[in-house]
Design a protein around this ligand. Structure first.
Ligand SMILES: Nc1ncnc2c1ncn2[C@@H]1O[C@H](COP(=O)(O)OP(=O)(O)OP(=O)(O)O)[C@@H](O)[C@H]1O
Ligand SMILES: [Mg+2]
Length: 315
């Protein structure tokens, strides 16, 4: 439904998006992740036809965005990072205005506006002027206008930013509901949000894809690998290398002092038992041991900071 191929965007000499390729299938909800400045908003502006690419191509529902921007805009509901302000309109008249722009027929207009108001819980402020509403309400109006034409494709740039916890939960379940009938690409910094509402994630850093995977296989992989935290009673010089050499150990760090170890393992009980035995046999004394499982945050930080360290090393 969305096909991004070899997309590149330069802002003058600065390359914000670098040869990006990914696709989103019909009915899929995909989370688009990356640190600040990674190029998420830039990519979304190009997909929605609001900005031209430097090179590469984007197709939405079979239409080339650069050749048929108007067709594409009709098929897409877009929540921009900074929603446009039509402060002097009421919520309801603004939604009607957007629906008409998107080519909604007269007969469906009322029904679709009512549905969008309901789904984003805006019924109580429908006659208020947008300029007098709080930030969270304006964000909901942004989501509402993206939904109002019942578009096949939704591009949501940080949909829950600025919402209160109850609204965050409601918007997440709304996005989940959209799966199946709508194709959704949403950007976010909130990792639990991705786990709550997406089927697949695409992580970018410095304009490049660093990972894409299904949430399901990702969590399976994450629960297979395990991190063990160990603390000993006293330091034994040979212990570090002996722990490192243990079968099933992939990395060892000492971020909390010389008497403690953070060890990445294959997650098996055997590896954990071998580590415990080594500590005890070394005479260091086992003070504390716990197994921590990886989470999405770890994956994200690992993927987006190791690149940074590499380029720093090169500089
Ligand atoms: N109009 C512009 N002119 C010049 N540089 C720009 C412009 N817009 C964005 N950039 C730069 O391009 C890079 C990518 O920006 P972009 O807004 O796409 O990132 P993002 O992933 O959405 O970040 P955030 O998480 O902070 O929203 C950044 O380094 C930004 O400074
Ligand atoms: Mg952004």
């Amino acid at each position: 439904m969305i096909e991004v191929a070899n997309l590149t965007k330069n802002y003058g000499p600065y390359r914000a998006v670098d040869n990006l390729s990914f696709s989103v299938r019909k009915g899929e909800v995909v989370g688009f992740l990356g640190p600040n400045g990674a190029g998420k908003t830039t990519t979304m502006k190009i997909i929605t036809g609001f900005m031209a690419a430097s090179s590469g191509s984007v197709r939405v529902a079979g239409f080339d965005v650069f050749e048929n921007p108007l067709e594409v805009k009709k098929k897409i509901g877009y929540l921009p990072e900074t929603p446009p302000v039509y402060g002097e309109m009421t919520v309801e008249s603004y939604l009607k205005f957007v629906a008409k722009l998107k080519g909604v027929e007269k007969e469906r207009l009322h029904e679709l506006v009512e549905r969008a108001l309901k789904k984003t819980d805006l019924g109580s402020v429908r006659t208020r002027l947008i300029q007098n509403l709080s930030k969270g309400y304006r964000q909901r109006i942004g989501i509402s206008q993206a939904l109002v034409s019942d578009p096949e494709v939704l591009i949501l740039d940080e949909p829950t930013v600025g919402l209160d916890p109850r609204q965050v939960a409601e918007v997440r379940s709304l996005i989940k509901e959209l799966a199946g009938q709508h194709t959704v690409l949403l950007s976010t910094h909130i990792l639990p949000e991705v786990q709550a509402s997406c089927q697949r994630i695409v992580i970018i850093n410095k304009g490049k894809i660093v990972m894409q995977d299904a949430i399901e296989s990702l969590s399976a992989r994450m629960s297979n690998s395990g991190r063990v935290f160990l603390r000993v009673n006293q330091q034994v010089p040979t212990l570090v290398s002996s722990l490192k050499e243990t079968r099933g150990v992939t990395a060892l760090r000492q971020p909390a002092g010389a008497d403690s170890f953070e060890i990445d393992t294959d997650g098996s009980k055997e590896t954990a038992a071998a580590l415990a035995a080594k500590v005890v046999n070394s005479g260091a004394g086992l003070f504390e041991m716990r197994q921590e499982s990886f989470n999405l945050e770890d994956v994200f930080l690992k993927l987006t900071t190791s690149e940074e360290n590499q380029s720093r090393g090169q500089a």
